[in-house]
Design a binder for this molecule. Structure first.
Ligand SMILES: [Zn+2]
Length: 107
């Protein structure tokens, strides 16, 4: 059971799942849902392993910044090349949240 997923991790999960951020949940095929559900723990355990993602305020309980920002594939990468297909990563604001994705890989 998941209460919610933060914006940074949602961007990364959708990228790894190859799902466009504007897709509605009820349009996902079974195979896409399976891919999505398998990707969620991969991204979250990776972030935990790197002690979280620090851009500004986040600190570990010891007061140290996390290291996961150095392993992100799309978040804050607008204008950079996609690590999968070399297309340019795009930024779009969806529901007042910055969303980063590869328009070629994520359908
Ligand atoms: Zn791509």
């Amino acid at each position: 059971m998941i209460a919610g997923i933060g914006n940074i991790y949602a961007n990364e999960i959708l990228f790894l799942s190859k799902i466009h951020p504007q897709r509605r949940g009820d349009t996902l095929k079974n195979s896409e849902m399976v891919r999505l559900f398998k990707t969620i723990p991969l991204i979250l355990t990776g972030a935990i392993k790197h002690f979280g993602t620090t851009y500004t305020a986040y600190r570990t309980v010891e007061g140290e910044p996390g290291d996961n920002q150095n392993f992100l594939k799309v978040y804050q990468k607008a204008g950079e090349r996609c690590s999968r297909c070399r297309n340019l990563i795009q930024k779009r604001v969806l529901n007042s949240r910055s969303t980063f994705y590869c328009p070629k890989c994520q359908k």
